[in-house]
Design a protein around this ligand. Structure first.
Ligand code: 3HC
Length: 410
Protein backbone atom coordinates (compact mmCIF):
# COMPACT_ATOMS: atom_id res chain seq x y z
CA UNK A 1 0.00 0.00 0.00
CA UNK A 2 1.43 3.34 -0.98
CA UNK A 3 0.53 6.84 0.02
CA UNK A 4 1.26 9.46 -2.60
CA UNK A 5 -0.45 12.82 -3.09
CA UNK A 6 -2.85 11.92 -0.32
CA UNK A 7 -4.00 8.90 -2.20
CA UNK A 8 -3.84 5.53 -0.51
CA UNK A 9 -3.50 3.08 -3.33
CA UNK A 10 -4.48 -0.43 -2.63
CA UNK A 11 -2.18 -2.74 -4.45
CA UNK A 12 -3.24 -6.35 -4.89
CA UNK A 13 -5.32 -7.25 -1.89
CA UNK A 14 -5.64 -10.99 -2.02
CA UNK A 15 -7.97 -13.52 -0.57
CA UNK A 16 -11.11 -11.43 0.05
CA UNK A 17 -14.34 -13.46 0.30
CA UNK A 18 -17.89 -12.36 1.05
CA UNK A 19 -18.82 -14.97 3.63
CA UNK A 20 -19.36 -13.46 7.10
CA UNK A 21 -18.13 -16.72 8.60
CA UNK A 22 -14.90 -16.72 6.66
CA UNK A 23 -11.61 -16.87 8.52
CA UNK A 24 -10.42 -13.30 8.85
CA UNK A 25 -7.57 -13.04 6.38
CA UNK A 26 -4.89 -11.08 8.15
CA UNK A 27 -2.22 -11.77 5.63
CA UNK A 28 -3.62 -9.98 2.63
CA UNK A 29 -0.53 -9.07 0.69
CA UNK A 30 0.06 -5.46 -0.16
CA UNK A 31 3.08 -4.31 -2.10
CA UNK A 32 3.76 -1.57 0.41
CA UNK A 33 2.40 -1.34 3.89
CA UNK A 34 0.92 1.96 5.04
CA UNK A 35 1.72 3.06 8.56
CA UNK A 36 -1.19 4.02 10.76
CA UNK A 37 -1.01 5.84 14.07
CA UNK A 38 -3.99 5.64 16.40
CA UNK A 39 -4.15 8.33 19.07
CA UNK A 40 -6.01 7.21 22.20
CA UNK A 41 -6.26 3.59 23.34
CA UNK A 42 -9.75 3.62 24.88
CA UNK A 43 -12.74 1.54 23.74
CA UNK A 44 -12.63 2.79 20.17
CA UNK A 45 -8.89 3.48 19.83
CA UNK A 46 -7.73 0.00 20.79
CA UNK A 47 -10.39 -1.61 18.57
CA UNK A 48 -9.39 0.52 15.57
CA UNK A 49 -5.70 -0.26 16.16
CA UNK A 50 -6.53 -3.97 16.32
CA UNK A 51 -8.46 -4.10 13.05
CA UNK A 52 -5.83 -2.03 11.25
CA UNK A 53 -3.11 -4.46 12.44
CA UNK A 54 -5.31 -7.42 11.46
CA UNK A 55 -5.62 -5.95 7.97
CA UNK A 56 -1.84 -5.83 7.61
CA UNK A 57 -1.04 -2.23 8.51
CA UNK A 58 1.79 -1.35 10.84
CA UNK A 59 0.18 0.39 13.77
CA UNK A 60 1.53 2.68 16.45
CA UNK A 61 -0.97 2.98 19.27
CA UNK A 62 -0.33 6.11 21.31
CA UNK A 63 -1.66 7.10 24.70
CA UNK A 64 -0.50 9.43 27.46
CA UNK A 65 0.36 6.74 30.04
CA UNK A 66 1.78 3.23 29.79
CA UNK A 67 -0.96 1.80 32.03
CA UNK A 68 -3.65 2.80 29.48
CA UNK A 69 -1.67 1.07 26.76
CA UNK A 70 -1.21 -2.07 28.89
CA UNK A 71 -4.94 -2.25 29.48
CA UNK A 72 -5.60 -1.68 25.75
CA UNK A 73 -3.21 -4.49 24.78
CA UNK A 74 -4.96 -6.83 27.24
CA UNK A 75 -8.30 -6.02 25.59
CA UNK A 76 -6.83 -6.57 22.13
CA UNK A 77 -5.51 -9.98 23.20
CA UNK A 78 -8.91 -10.87 24.68
CA UNK A 79 -10.63 -9.94 21.42
CA UNK A 80 -8.11 -11.81 19.24
CA UNK A 81 -8.46 -14.86 21.49
CA UNK A 82 -12.25 -14.73 21.08
CA UNK A 83 -11.77 -14.71 17.33
CA UNK A 84 -9.42 -17.70 17.48
CA UNK A 85 -11.94 -19.48 19.75
CA UNK A 86 -14.66 -18.84 17.16
CA UNK A 87 -12.44 -19.99 14.26
CA UNK A 88 -12.46 -16.51 12.72
CA UNK A 89 -8.70 -16.13 13.11
CA UNK A 90 -5.76 -18.53 13.00
CA UNK A 91 -3.22 -18.72 15.82
CA UNK A 92 -0.56 -17.63 13.34
CA UNK A 93 -2.55 -14.51 12.38
CA UNK A 94 -3.05 -13.79 16.07
CA UNK A 95 0.74 -13.58 16.50
CA UNK A 96 1.23 -11.62 13.29
CA UNK A 97 -1.40 -9.09 14.30
CA UNK A 98 0.32 -8.50 17.63
CA UNK A 99 3.68 -8.13 15.94
CA UNK A 100 2.30 -5.27 13.82
CA UNK A 101 1.15 -3.33 16.88
CA UNK A 102 3.42 -1.08 18.88
CA UNK A 103 2.19 0.84 21.92
CA UNK A 104 3.96 4.17 22.50
CA UNK A 105 3.69 7.04 24.97
CA UNK A 106 5.90 9.62 23.26
CA UNK A 107 3.88 11.61 20.69
CA UNK A 108 6.83 12.39 18.41
CA UNK A 109 7.79 8.73 18.27
CA UNK A 110 4.15 7.77 17.76
CA UNK A 111 3.90 9.90 14.62
CA UNK A 112 7.10 8.66 13.01
CA UNK A 113 6.43 7.51 9.46
CA UNK A 114 2.66 7.80 9.81
CA UNK A 115 0.74 7.90 6.53
CA UNK A 116 -2.52 8.22 8.39
CA UNK A 117 -3.31 9.38 11.92
CA UNK A 118 -6.62 8.29 13.41
CA UNK A 119 -7.50 10.36 16.45
CA UNK A 120 -9.69 8.66 19.05
CA UNK A 121 -9.03 10.76 22.16
CA UNK A 122 -11.88 11.75 24.54
CA UNK A 123 -14.62 13.93 23.07
CA UNK A 124 -13.50 17.27 24.42
CA UNK A 125 -12.79 20.01 21.91
CA UNK A 126 -10.27 21.76 24.16
CA UNK A 127 -8.32 18.49 24.50
CA UNK A 128 -8.52 17.91 20.75
CA UNK A 129 -7.17 21.45 20.22
CA UNK A 130 -4.04 20.58 22.23
CA UNK A 131 -3.65 17.19 20.50
CA UNK A 132 -4.00 18.61 16.99
CA UNK A 133 -1.53 21.39 17.70
CA UNK A 134 1.04 18.82 18.76
CA UNK A 135 0.22 16.44 15.91
CA UNK A 136 0.45 19.23 13.31
CA UNK A 137 3.91 20.13 14.53
CA UNK A 138 5.33 16.57 14.40
CA UNK A 139 3.55 14.84 11.53
CA UNK A 140 4.92 14.73 8.00
CA UNK A 141 3.15 17.31 5.76
CA UNK A 142 1.72 14.43 3.66
CA UNK A 143 0.11 12.66 6.61
CA UNK A 144 -3.68 12.51 6.51
CA UNK A 145 -5.56 13.25 9.73
CA UNK A 146 -8.81 11.46 10.53
CA UNK A 147 -10.96 11.89 13.61
CA UNK A 148 -13.14 9.16 15.06
CA UNK A 149 -15.32 11.76 16.77
CA UNK A 150 -18.95 10.70 17.37
CA UNK A 151 -20.50 14.12 17.13
CA UNK A 152 -18.01 17.01 17.13
CA UNK A 153 -17.96 19.12 13.94
CA UNK A 154 -15.34 17.82 11.50
CA UNK A 155 -14.89 21.24 9.85
CA UNK A 156 -14.19 22.92 13.18
CA UNK A 157 -11.60 20.29 14.10
CA UNK A 158 -9.99 20.52 10.65
CA UNK A 159 -9.40 24.23 11.29
CA UNK A 160 -7.40 23.33 14.41
CA UNK A 161 -4.80 21.73 12.16
CA UNK A 162 -2.34 22.94 9.55
CA UNK A 163 -4.08 20.80 6.84
CA UNK A 164 -7.87 21.14 6.63
CA UNK A 165 -7.82 19.70 3.09
CA UNK A 166 -6.31 16.46 4.42
CA UNK A 167 -8.64 16.21 7.39
CA UNK A 168 -11.65 13.92 7.49
CA UNK A 169 -14.10 12.20 9.84
CA UNK A 170 -13.70 8.43 10.16
CA UNK A 171 -16.39 7.21 12.51
CA UNK A 172 -16.19 3.59 13.68
CA UNK A 173 -18.85 1.74 15.66
CA UNK A 174 -18.57 -0.13 18.91
CA UNK A 175 -17.24 -2.80 18.93
CA UNK A 176 -15.07 -1.86 15.93
CA UNK A 177 -13.90 -5.49 15.77
CA UNK A 178 -17.44 -6.66 14.94
CA UNK A 179 -19.29 -3.72 13.39
CA UNK A 180 -18.82 -3.49 9.63
CA UNK A 181 -19.66 0.18 9.14
CA UNK A 182 -17.34 3.17 9.03
CA UNK A 183 -18.88 6.59 8.33
CA UNK A 184 -16.54 8.76 6.24
CA UNK A 185 -17.41 12.41 6.85
CA UNK A 186 -16.41 15.24 4.60
CA UNK A 187 -15.57 18.55 6.29
CA UNK A 188 -16.11 21.86 4.45
CA UNK A 189 -12.53 21.86 3.15
CA UNK A 190 -11.79 18.13 2.77
CA UNK A 191 -10.10 17.39 -0.59
CA UNK A 192 -11.71 14.86 -2.90
CA UNK A 193 -8.41 12.91 -2.94
CA UNK A 194 -8.55 12.59 0.85
CA UNK A 195 -12.14 11.28 0.62
CA UNK A 196 -11.10 8.70 -2.00
CA UNK A 197 -8.05 7.62 -0.01
CA UNK A 198 -10.08 7.03 3.10
CA UNK A 199 -12.86 5.16 1.31
CA UNK A 200 -10.14 2.83 -0.02
CA UNK A 201 -8.51 2.55 3.39
CA UNK A 202 -11.81 1.51 5.02
CA UNK A 203 -12.28 -1.19 2.40
CA UNK A 204 -8.73 -2.38 3.06
CA UNK A 205 -9.77 -2.86 6.69
CA UNK A 206 -12.50 -5.23 5.46
CA UNK A 207 -15.17 -2.70 6.50
CA UNK A 208 -17.89 -0.93 4.54
CA UNK A 209 -17.51 2.83 4.14
CA UNK A 210 -20.57 5.07 3.87
CA UNK A 211 -19.89 8.62 2.74
CA UNK A 212 -21.66 11.24 4.84
CA UNK A 213 -22.06 14.16 2.45
CA UNK A 214 -22.60 16.84 5.09
CA UNK A 215 -21.00 17.42 8.46
CA UNK A 216 -24.29 17.40 10.43
CA UNK A 217 -24.93 16.72 14.12
CA UNK A 218 -24.77 12.96 14.75
CA UNK A 219 -23.78 12.17 11.15
CA UNK A 220 -26.07 9.26 10.12
CA UNK A 221 -26.21 6.54 12.78
CA UNK A 222 -25.94 8.69 15.91
CA UNK A 223 -28.67 10.96 14.54
CA UNK A 224 -30.95 7.96 14.87
CA UNK A 225 -29.41 6.17 17.88
CA UNK A 226 -28.81 8.96 20.43
CA UNK A 227 -32.29 10.61 20.27
CA UNK A 228 -33.84 7.13 20.64
CA UNK A 229 -32.18 6.60 24.02
CA UNK A 230 -33.91 9.74 25.34
CA UNK A 231 -37.18 8.83 23.67
CA UNK A 232 -37.11 5.37 25.22
CA UNK A 233 -36.87 6.93 28.70
CA UNK A 234 -39.86 9.17 27.91
CA UNK A 235 -41.77 6.09 26.67
CA UNK A 236 -40.96 4.20 29.88
CA UNK A 237 -42.46 7.02 31.95
CA UNK A 238 -45.45 7.78 29.75
CA UNK A 239 -46.42 4.15 29.13
CA UNK A 240 -45.56 2.81 32.60
CA UNK A 241 -43.45 -0.03 31.19
CA UNK A 242 -40.05 -1.46 32.18
CA UNK A 243 -36.63 -1.22 30.52
CA UNK A 244 -36.87 -4.94 29.74
CA UNK A 245 -40.28 -4.56 28.08
CA UNK A 246 -39.10 -1.73 25.84
CA UNK A 247 -35.89 -3.57 24.95
CA UNK A 248 -37.69 -6.84 24.21
CA UNK A 249 -40.17 -5.01 21.95
CA UNK A 250 -37.42 -3.24 20.00
CA UNK A 251 -35.68 -6.56 19.43
CA UNK A 252 -38.71 -8.51 18.36
CA UNK A 253 -40.76 -5.80 16.60
CA UNK A 254 -38.18 -3.44 15.08
CA UNK A 255 -35.32 -5.85 14.37
CA UNK A 256 -32.81 -4.36 16.85
CA UNK A 257 -29.96 -6.76 17.79
CA UNK A 258 -29.86 -5.29 21.31
CA UNK A 259 -32.48 -3.30 23.18
CA UNK A 260 -31.87 0.45 23.23
CA UNK A 261 -31.13 0.55 26.99
CA UNK A 262 -28.82 -2.43 26.60
CA UNK A 263 -27.07 -0.66 23.73
CA UNK A 264 -26.77 2.63 25.65
CA UNK A 265 -25.22 0.77 28.62
CA UNK A 266 -22.90 -1.05 26.25
CA UNK A 267 -21.88 2.18 24.46
CA UNK A 268 -21.37 3.94 27.80
CA UNK A 269 -23.63 6.61 29.26
CA UNK A 270 -20.70 9.03 29.34
CA UNK A 271 -20.50 8.69 25.54
CA UNK A 272 -24.28 8.94 25.13
CA UNK A 273 -24.44 11.97 27.42
CA UNK A 274 -21.60 13.80 25.68
CA UNK A 275 -23.04 13.02 22.24
CA UNK A 276 -26.45 14.26 23.42
CA UNK A 277 -25.01 17.59 24.58
CA UNK A 278 -22.99 18.13 21.42
CA UNK A 279 -25.84 17.22 19.11
CA UNK A 280 -28.32 19.40 20.97
CA UNK A 281 -25.85 22.28 20.93
CA UNK A 282 -25.47 22.00 17.16
CA UNK A 283 -29.15 21.44 16.42
CA UNK A 284 -31.78 21.61 19.14
CA UNK A 285 -34.41 19.94 16.94
CA UNK A 286 -32.54 16.66 16.67
CA UNK A 287 -32.95 15.56 20.28
CA UNK A 288 -35.52 15.84 23.07
CA UNK A 289 -33.21 15.54 26.07
CA UNK A 290 -34.40 13.51 29.05
CA UNK A 291 -32.67 14.52 32.31
CA UNK A 292 -32.17 10.90 33.42
CA UNK A 293 -29.21 10.49 31.04
CA UNK A 294 -27.35 13.43 32.62
CA UNK A 295 -28.33 12.17 36.10
CA UNK A 296 -26.93 8.67 35.49
CA UNK A 297 -23.78 10.25 34.08
CA UNK A 298 -23.36 12.48 37.16
CA UNK A 299 -23.88 9.43 39.41
CA UNK A 300 -21.15 7.61 37.44
CA UNK A 301 -23.61 4.94 36.43
CA UNK A 302 -22.10 4.65 33.00
CA UNK A 303 -23.38 1.21 31.97
CA UNK A 304 -21.35 -1.98 31.58
CA UNK A 305 -18.01 -0.28 32.22
CA UNK A 306 -19.03 0.72 35.79
CA UNK A 307 -21.31 -2.26 36.49
CA UNK A 308 -24.46 -0.14 36.47
CA UNK A 309 -26.42 2.05 34.08
CA UNK A 310 -30.02 1.42 33.14
CA UNK A 311 -29.31 -2.20 34.16
CA UNK A 312 -26.86 -3.80 36.60
CA UNK A 313 -23.94 -5.96 35.44
CA UNK A 314 -21.85 -8.57 37.20
CA UNK A 315 -18.55 -7.27 35.76
CA UNK A 316 -17.26 -4.58 33.41
CA UNK A 317 -16.92 -7.13 30.57
CA UNK A 318 -19.19 -7.77 27.57
CA UNK A 319 -22.49 -8.96 29.07
CA UNK A 320 -25.98 -9.25 27.61
CA UNK A 321 -29.38 -9.09 29.31
CA UNK A 322 -31.72 -12.05 29.10
CA UNK A 323 -34.64 -10.39 27.38
CA UNK A 324 -37.80 -12.47 27.30
CA UNK A 325 -39.87 -12.50 24.14
CA UNK A 326 -43.13 -12.42 26.17
CA UNK A 327 -42.14 -9.01 27.61
CA UNK A 328 -42.35 -7.50 24.12
CA UNK A 329 -46.15 -7.59 24.21
CA UNK A 330 -46.30 -4.91 26.91
CA UNK A 331 -44.89 -2.16 24.70
CA UNK A 332 -45.94 -0.69 21.36
CA UNK A 333 -42.77 0.86 19.83
CA UNK A 334 -44.60 2.97 17.19
CA UNK A 335 -43.53 6.26 18.79
CA UNK A 336 -39.90 5.18 18.75
CA UNK A 337 -40.18 4.08 15.15
CA UNK A 338 -41.84 7.42 14.32
CA UNK A 339 -39.08 9.47 15.98
CA UNK A 340 -36.37 7.42 14.24
CA UNK A 341 -38.14 7.73 10.88
CA UNK A 342 -38.52 11.49 11.30
CA UNK A 343 -34.76 11.87 11.92
CA UNK A 344 -34.05 9.50 9.02
CA UNK A 345 -36.33 11.64 6.83
CA UNK A 346 -34.41 14.74 7.91
CA UNK A 347 -31.15 13.14 6.71
CA UNK A 348 -32.72 12.34 3.34
CA UNK A 349 -34.41 15.68 2.71
CA UNK A 350 -31.20 17.49 3.68
CA UNK A 351 -29.20 15.31 1.27
CA UNK A 352 -26.83 14.02 3.93
CA UNK A 353 -27.02 10.57 2.34
CA UNK A 354 -29.07 8.54 -0.09
CA UNK A 355 -31.75 6.20 1.29
CA UNK A 356 -29.69 3.13 0.34
CA UNK A 357 -26.71 4.47 2.33
CA UNK A 358 -28.95 5.34 5.27
CA UNK A 359 -30.27 1.79 5.48
CA UNK A 360 -26.81 0.30 4.89
CA UNK A 361 -25.45 2.43 7.74
CA UNK A 362 -28.19 1.36 10.13
CA UNK A 363 -27.80 -2.30 9.25
CA UNK A 364 -24.01 -2.31 9.55
CA UNK A 365 -23.54 0.33 12.27
CA UNK A 366 -26.44 -0.54 14.58
CA UNK A 367 -27.02 -4.10 13.45
CA UNK A 368 -30.68 -3.48 12.46
CA UNK A 369 -32.06 -6.64 10.93
CA UNK A 370 -34.77 -4.79 8.97
CA UNK A 371 -34.62 -1.55 6.98
CA UNK A 372 -35.94 1.25 9.19
CA UNK A 373 -38.11 2.94 6.59
CA UNK A 374 -39.42 -0.43 5.37
CA UNK A 375 -40.53 -1.19 8.94
CA UNK A 376 -42.17 2.25 9.06
CA UNK A 377 -43.92 1.51 5.76
CA UNK A 378 -45.21 -1.80 7.18
CA UNK A 379 -46.77 0.10 10.09
CA UNK A 380 -48.01 2.69 7.55
CA UNK A 381 -46.40 6.07 6.87
CA UNK A 382 -49.77 7.72 7.31
CA UNK A 383 -50.15 6.27 10.83
CA UNK A 384 -46.57 7.32 11.63
CA UNK A 385 -47.36 10.92 10.62
CA UNK A 386 -50.62 10.87 12.63
CA UNK A 387 -48.74 9.56 15.68
CA UNK A 388 -46.15 12.35 15.37
CA UNK A 389 -48.87 15.01 15.00
CA UNK A 390 -50.62 13.67 18.09
CA UNK A 391 -47.32 13.67 20.06
CA UNK A 392 -46.46 17.14 18.82
CA UNK A 393 -49.76 18.51 20.14
CA UNK A 394 -49.22 16.88 23.52
CA UNK A 395 -45.46 17.20 24.02
CA UNK A 396 -44.17 19.93 21.71
CA UNK A 397 -42.65 20.58 18.33
CA UNK A 398 -39.77 18.09 18.63
CA UNK A 399 -42.27 15.51 17.36
CA UNK A 400 -43.60 17.56 14.42
CA UNK A 401 -43.21 15.49 11.23
CA UNK A 402 -40.68 16.91 8.78
CA UNK A 403 -41.08 17.41 5.02
CA UNK A 404 -39.97 13.86 4.16
CA UNK A 405 -42.75 12.21 6.19
CA UNK A 406 -45.35 14.86 5.36
CA UNK A 407 -45.17 13.69 1.73
CA UNK A 408 -46.94 10.54 2.93
CA UNK A 409 -49.58 12.33 4.99
CA UNK A 410 -52.20 11.92 2.26
N1 3HC B 1 -14.01 -8.78 19.84
C1 3HC B 1 -14.26 -10.07 19.61
N2 3HC B 1 -15.37 -10.69 20.04
C2 3HC B 1 -16.27 -9.95 20.74
C3 3HC B 1 -16.06 -8.58 21.00
C4 3HC B 1 -14.87 -7.98 20.53
N3 3HC B 1 -14.59 -6.72 20.76
N4 3HC B 1 -17.13 -8.11 21.71
C5 3HC B 1 -17.96 -9.13 21.88
N5 3HC B 1 -17.46 -10.24 21.31
C6 3HC B 1 -18.01 -11.59 21.29
C7 3HC B 1 -18.86 -11.85 22.53
O1 3HC B 1 -18.08 -12.20 23.65
C8 3HC B 1 -19.74 -12.96 22.03
O2 3HC B 1 -19.02 -14.17 22.12
P1 3HC B 1 -19.57 -15.39 23.08
O3 3HC B 1 -20.75 -15.91 22.34
O4 3HC B 1 -18.42 -16.34 23.12
O5 3HC B 1 -19.88 -14.75 24.38
C9 3HC B 1 -19.96 -12.60 20.56
O6 3HC B 1 -18.91 -11.70 20.19
C10 3HC B 1 -21.28 -11.87 20.33
O7 3HC B 1 -22.29 -12.76 20.42
P2 3HC B 1 -23.72 -12.36 21.06
O8 3HC B 1 -24.63 -13.52 20.82
O9 3HC B 1 -23.57 -11.85 22.45
O10 3HC B 1 -24.19 -11.09 20.31
P3 3HC B 1 -24.81 -10.73 18.91
O11 3HC B 1 -24.92 -11.85 17.97
O12 3HC B 1 -26.01 -9.91 19.21
O13 3HC B 1 -23.70 -9.74 18.30
C11 3HC B 1 -23.22 -7.40 18.39
C12 3HC B 1 -23.12 -8.77 19.09
C13 3HC B 1 -22.44 -7.46 17.08
C14 3HC B 1 -22.56 -6.38 19.32
C15 3HC B 1 -24.74 -7.08 18.07
O14 3HC B 1 -25.50 -7.25 19.23
C16 3HC B 1 -24.94 -5.67 17.57
O15 3HC B 1 -24.79 -5.38 16.40
N6 3HC B 1 -25.30 -4.76 18.52
C17 3HC B 1 -25.50 -3.36 18.19
C18 3HC B 1 -24.19 -2.65 18.40
C19 3HC B 1 -24.28 -1.22 17.98
O16 3HC B 1 -25.31 -0.67 17.65
N7 3HC B 1 -23.12 -0.54 17.96
C20 3HC B 1 -23.04 0.84 17.61
C21 3HC B 1 -23.28 1.72 18.80
S1 3HC B 1 -23.22 3.44 18.36
C22 3HC B 1 -21.58 3.77 18.26
O17 3HC B 1 -20.72 2.96 18.52
C23 3HC B 1 -21.23 5.14 17.81
C24 3HC B 1 -20.65 5.96 18.89
O18 3HC B 1 -20.25 7.18 18.31
C25 3HC B 1 -21.63 6.26 20.00
Amino acid sequence: MELRNHSLKLLSIQGKTKSPLRMIDCDRKMDKMANVTVLGSGTMGHGIAQIAAMAGFKVLLRDVEQRFLDSAMDKIKWSLNKMVEKNKLTKESFEQTLSRLEPVVDMKEGLKGADLVIEAVPEDLSLKRIVYKEVSSYADPKTIFASNTSTLPISEMADLTDRPGSFIGLHFFNPPQLMKLVEVIRGHKTDQSTVESLMTFVEALGKTPVLVQKDVAGFIVNRIFIPLVHEAVFCKERDGVTYEEIDAALKSKLGFPMGIFELADYTGLDVVNKASHEMHLRDDKVINPHPLIEKLFQEKKLGQKTGEGFYSYSSNKYERKDLVQADAEAFDPTVMLAVASNNAGWLLSNEVCAQSDLEKALRLGMGLKKDLLATAAEVGMKSIVEKLNEMSEKYGKFYAPGPYLLKFAG
